[in-house]
Write a protein that binds this ligand. Sequence first.
Ligand code: CUA
Length: 179
Amino acid sequence: MSAILPPAERLWWKHPLDRVEGTWIVIAFAWCMVMFFMMIYWHVYGKQNLSTETYKTTPDRFAAKAQAMVDKYTVRTETDQKIPVVAPPATEDVYMIARLWAWWPILELEKGRTYRLHLTAMDYNHGFSLQPANINIQVVPGYEHVVKVTPNASGTYSVVCNEYCGINHHQMVGRIYVK
Ligand code: CUA
């Protein structure tokens, strides 16, 4: 038998299973099981995967909630574009909008307090990459991603878009202050 010629016996599944073949099937299946349970194990014990909640939303609905937070808790504005800096109390849900090519608004959070950070994209896929903390979340239009965050060090954090989203992708940088 060769791989070039058609098999003499066309009904290949009626051939008896070779021992080597059977051994490889068992090895492959066992390895699949290891990798499958590793996904679950690593999610709980690996301390790398974020447990995000995700809900369906629309740009209008999300923007209304973000705007309500901005109207209530803006403490100042920054840059020429007058981006609001919002300092909501720790009991509140906080919102950040990704769109071509900016993050809005700037958040000012308190160290050691826990917030529910809601993220969405208004137009295309964007990526929420918190630097230098190395937290990465894909931000997808039509979906509201919710992450529980407890800032553990004060400072200025950059939010870098790490999903290529067009000509000004490299300028899509936001900011989170932790006091
Ligand atoms: Cu937004 Cu890249």
